[in-house]
Design a binder for this molecule. Sequence first.
Ligand code: DGY
Length: 337
Amino acid sequence: MLMATKKHIVIANRDVLPDMIDSLRKEFNVTLTPDPRTKDKESFEQALQSANGLICSMIKLGEEQLADAKNLEAIASVTVGYDNYDLEYLTKRGILLTNTPDVLTEATADTGFALILATARRVVELDMFTRQGRWKRSIEPELFGTNVYGKKLGIIGFGRIGQAVARRGHYGFGMKILYNSTTPRLEAATPLQASFCELDPLLAQSDIICVTVPLTPKTEHLIGEREFNLLRPGTIFVNIARGKVVNQEALIKILQEGKIRAGLDVFEREPLPAHSPLISMSNVVLTPHVGSATQETRKGMAELAIENLRIALAKKRPPNLVNTQVWEQGHIHAKTL
Ligand code: DGY
């Protein structure tokens, strides 16, 4: 009896745990490579040349990187966002792309709220103050924070993560929720008493703003100098979406003027360069793109990516297919044969 040859998969992602890799090795030839953004781009590119499947996250992948990956059938991204992939190119090549929605919603909303609280209550500054031995008596009012409870929370993007941030604000912190999205989302908004709001009034009226919108050509630099000028003095501005949704130069300018405070998990360039002016600002709380970075969530994301890849390589429709056209075109093609 002829043994079917195993398909080859490349894993360039550290969330895939050793026991998951062992199980994958029973079905596939597996190559582990470092993340090509940090080192050894060559071994990644070489492994891709014979790969049928790829598990990765946040790597820029388009024609330049994939032209020699002639056998590639599917990419399972261990992320919910997929702005780093050239979708048009993948679709043209018939390469399926999957992502990992839902499993990371609550952890990412927690990160948003951690940044809201840390920024409003100046947790990082006060931690430094304590560690540096400057706590000789009660702090001066200059170091006081601002309340979060009962404030007006403006959420930009009202998908799964935006709604999860809204739930925390509404049920946990008695906040009035304003949200902006391409269309009103009444079903999700009504139980939270959340009001749809155009972007400009949302920016002008909110005490706290949380950006959760995906990066697309339409949302790139959605918030720039004009929009920042609409904010009230003292606004808390939090971004857990993608750095490029915000014009970072304009953000730095308004922060330098001391008009607002910010909590940022994402940046136009990542990792954030050491020379960025943001590094030395005390009115900013910074985290290194960790929205989903908890043990449980990253494990769940890796498991979901593996499930997506297994199904895609078995020529079935994976549950979290992003470029659905590939599948639809494939079916039309199969039917007409
Ligand atoms: C996502 O899943 O899109 C995250 O931002 C990447 O860590």
